[in-house]
Design a protein around this ligand. Structure first.
Ligand code: ZN
Length: 252
């Protein structure tokens, strides 16, 4: 493993454990219960409050075109408050570009209509073998700062008799990455989706990512990456987990 990696093993069912190593965040935070201190602490420590993305019930009550128009207007105001001259040719189109990018690209994974449809195939030849798709590059955004999180996801499953196309594994990763995220939640959302789609508990997900909010602001630790993992079913067995990690870290 690289230096300064943070190990975070997060299991929603309580069978996992969490620990951090070589981590430069403000861990000796003085107890301070003001709202502002809580906001700072959640952002700095990248604490997720739930496995589901916190969405309002009326999240999709307005259509994409309306969302783009509204975000465009608000983003224009942010730029104006910052003192930027929106009559400049270079800046004129930015509010619209940002709004369209938010709704149609980088946050398109909020909308369930964009969830990839998955077709299962019978696994006739390699029943019981582990399938690993490694180095799935993804781009996401930190929900605490709205700046990029990017890295690689490695996913694996042991077929229960069904398989899906490799490109679908990639698409599932991209779908959940295209939300405001925290890395632990991204890891778990991908794993739980794969368990449901593939009809098996035997799923592993490992994500190694860089957080621009850690690199470029706050503690400015340019070398650290964050590793999160989910091990379900047979992947909780030492030998099976080791086989998966061997495939992930051994570059053939
Ligand atoms: Zn952040």
């Amino acid at each position: 493993m690289k230096q300064n990696e943070i190990l975070l093993n997060f299991q929603p069912n309580g069978n996992g454990h969490t620990h951090k190593n070589g981590h430069a965040h403000h861990c000796e935070h003085q107890p301070d219960h003001s709202i502002e201190a809580l906001i700072d602490q959640i952002g700095d420590e990248h604490i997720a409050t739930s496995c589901d993305t916190p969405l309002r019930a009326d999240a999709f009550a307005i259509d994409d075109a309306t969302k783009i128009a509204k975000i465009e207007e608000h983003f224009r105001q942010i730029m104006e408050i910052l003192g930027l001259d929106l009559t400049d040719d270079s800046l004129r189109g930015t509010p619209h570009r940002v709004a369209k990018m938010y709704v149609k690209e980088i946050f398109s994974g909020l909308n369930p209509v964009n969830k990839p449809a998955v077709k299962l195939f019978d696994n006739k030849f390699q029943y019981g073998e582990m399938l690993v798709e490694r180095d799935i590059t993804f781009y996401s955004n930190c929900e605490h700062h709205f700046v990029p999180i990017f890295g690689r996801a490695h996913v694996a499953y042991i077929s229960s008799g069904k398989v899906i196309g490799l490109s679908k594994l990639n698409r599932i990763v991209q779908y959940f990455a295209r939300r405001p995220q925290v890395q632990e939640r991204l890891t778990n959302q991908i794993a739980i989706e794969l368990q449901q789609v593939l009809q098996t508990e035997d799923v592993a997900v490992l994500i190694d990512a860089t957080h621009m909010c850690v690199c470029s602001r706050g503690v400015q630790d340019v070398n650290s990456t964050t590793v999160t993992s989910f091990y379900g079913g047979k992947f909780r067995q030492e030998a099976v987990r080791s086989e998966f990690l061997k495939y992930v870290y051994q570059k053939a």
